[in-house]
Design a protein around this ligand. Structure first.
Ligand code: MET
Ligand SMILES: [Zn+2]
Ligand SMILES: [Zn+2]
Length: 418
C-alpha cells in the first residue's frame, strides 16, 4: 500500500514513520536508536542537545532552543521514548512497520502514545525557525525513558535533578489522549496508580469437603466485595454523574490458585493458597489511608487469613502537600495563554479533564510547576495500548500547526508574574 517513491522522500510523514519504526516497546526498548534519531534530527534543524543519564542505559534527551530572554522561566515539552508491547499476530499491519494505508492511516505502536507529539514538537520548531520566529522564553523538549513502567528511572529522576531545577521551567506540556469528537482534550491531573495483590491462605483439604476458611473461599469472598465496590463506582459513571477518571477504578488483572497437575490443575484438592491482582486508580483527591483501611479490614482481613501488597509508584502530593492538580482558571496565566493559542489556531478545547491513566506529568507537578496533558488528535479513536494503534496523516499534520501556535504563544508570553 506504500509506494517506494514515498519512502525516498523526506517529509514530516516519512520522518514520523522512521521514528515509529524504532523498536521502543518494553521489555527491551531500543533507547539508543531513538535518542540518536531524535538527536540528529534536532541537529539538522539547528537545535542543541544534551543526553542525561540518571540510570545506566536509560537516557533522557534534552533539546534546547534558547530564547532571547533566557532569564524568564522556560517552557518544557515532554514525551516518553518507550512504548507498551504489541502482539503482532493481532495487528493488520506489523506494529513497527508504520505502514500508511491508501486512506492515510499510519499504523504503529506508539503512533498515538506518544511518538506523535515527540515528532510534532520538533516539526513545529522546524517550521517556526523557517519562518524566522525568535522565541523570547527558552524552549526545551525532553524525551524520557520508562514512562510505561512507572517512570521511576526516567521522569522521576529527571524532575528531581539539579539539571531540571537549572532549566527554571515555568510551564510544561506532556502527553494527553486522543479525542473522538472535534474538540481537543486537555488534562490537568492524572489518576494515581496502585498495583494491589491480595493473598489468602487456608486449610487444604479434599475437594469433596465443605469447611470454612479455605483459601479459595476467602479469596472469592474478597473478590465479591471488590466487585461490589467496583460496581458502586461504575454506576456513578454509567449514570453520567461523573467521568470515568473522576472515580476510583479497580479492575482484576490476574488470579492465581490451584494445585498444578500435568493436565492443568488437580480437581479434587482445595488449595492452601490463592491470590488475585488488581489495577487500582485513585483520583487526585482520594484519601489513600481510607482506602488502605478498607483493604485491610474488608478485602484482605487477617481474620480471614488474608494479606495484601500495594505497589505505589510516584508522588500523590506536591511539595506543599496539595493534590497534584494544575489550575485551569484565571489564576493560571499559562492556561489562559495555552487556551488562546488553541483558539488562534482555529481549534476548540473540551472542558479540562482528569486523565484516567497516569503519566510522567505527576513527577513534574510534584515540583510545583504547572503541567497540562495534551496530544492534539481530534476526530480520532482512542487506541493507546490497543491492537492496531494508528493515527490519520492529516491529524498528525494539523497537530504540527497547533504546536506552532502553542509554542510561539507561550514563548512570547512575558506578562506572567515570574
Ligand atoms: C503505572 S505507571 C503508568 C504507566 C502507564 N502510563 C499507565 O497509565 O498505565
Ligand atoms: Zn504515554
Ligand atoms: Zn501508554
Amino acid at each position: 500500500t506504500e509506494s517506494h517513491e514515498e519512502q525516498e522522500q523526506d517529509t514530516p510523514i516519512t520522518r514520523f514513520q522512521s521514528y515509529l519504526r524504532i523498536k521502543t516497546a518494553h521489555p527491551e526498548p531500543d533507547y539508543s536508536s531513538a535518542v540518536s534519531f531524535l538527536k540528529s534530527l534536532a541537529h539538522s534543524i539547528g537545535i542543541q542537545s544534551q543526553t542525561l543519564e540518571f540510570s545506566p542505559g536509560k537516557p533522557v534527551l534534552l533539546l534546547t532552543w534558547p530564547g532571547s530572554n533566557p532569564s524568564l522561566p522556560s517552557l518544557l515539552f515532554n514525551s516518553h521514548l518507550d512504548s507498551v508491547p504489541a502482539e503482532p499476530s493481532k495487528w493488520v499491519h506489523p506494529p513497527f512497520s508504520a505502514v500508511r494505508t491508501s486512506d492515510g492511516k499510519i499504523f504503529a505502536r506508539g503512533a498515538q502514545d506518544d511518538k506523535c507529539i515527540a515528532m510534532q514538537y520538533l516539526e513545529a520548531i522546524r517550521n517556526l525557525k523557517q519562518k524566522k520566529f525568535v522565541p523570547t522564553r527558552t524552549i526545551h523538549i525532553s524525551y524520557v525513558p520508562d514512562e510505561e513502567i512507572g517512570g521511576v528511572d526516567g521522569a522521576a529522576k529527571f524532575a528531581a535533578s539539579k539539571e531540571f531545577r537549572d532549566l527554571n521551567v515555568g510551564f510544561v506540556l506532556d502527553e494527553g489522549q486522543a479525542s473522538p469528537g472535534d474538540e481537543f482534550r486537555v488534562f490537568y491531573a492524572d489518576r494515581i496508580p496502585w498495583h494491589m495483590k491480595i493473598k489468602a491462605k487456608g486449610q487444604p483439604g479434599h475437594g469433596s469437603r465443605m469447611y470454612d476458611n479455605s483459601a479459595m473461599e476467602n479469596l472469592m469472598k474478597s473478590c465479591e466485595l471488590v466487585s461490589r465496590f467496583r460496581e458502586s463506582h461504575f454506576d456513578v459513571v454509567k449514570a453520567g454523574i461523573a467521568a470515568n477518571s473522576e472515580v476510583i477504578s479497580i479492575n482484576p488483572v490476574y488470579v492465581k490458585a490451584g494445585v498444578p497437575s500435568p493436565t492443568g490443575f488437580v480437581m479434587n484438592v482445595q488449595p492452601s493458597e490463592a491470590e488475585a491482582g488488581f489495577d487500582l486508580r485513585l483520583t487526585p483527591t482520594t484519601d489513600p489511608d481510607e482506602l488502605k483501611r478498607r483493604i485491610a479490614e474488608e478485602w484482605a482481613p487477617a481474620t480471614r487469613n488474608m494479606s495484601y501488597e500495594i505497589k505505589e509508584t510516584g508522588p500523590i502530593r506536591d511539595n506543599m502537600g496539595r493534590p497534584l492538580m494544575t489550575a485551569t482558571n484565571d489564576s493560571n496565566p499559562w492556561w489562559l495563554v495555552f487556551k488562546q493559542a488553541i483558539t488562534s489556531a482555529g481549534e476548540k478545547l473540551a472542558k479540562p479533564e482528569i486523565l484516567s491513566s497516569t503519566t510522567d506529568a505527576r513527577y513534574m507537578r510534584q515540583t510545583g510547576v504547572p503541567v497540562l496533558g495534551f496530544s492534539p488528535m481530534k476526530n480520532t479513536p482512542i487506541l493507546l495500548h490497543d491492537h492496531n494503534e494508528h493515527l490519520q496523516d492529516t491529524v498528525y499534520m494539523s497537530g504540527i500547526k497547533v504546536y506552532e501556535s502553542v509554542i510561539s504563544s507561550l514563548s512570547s508570553f512575558t506578562e506572567a508574574s515570574d
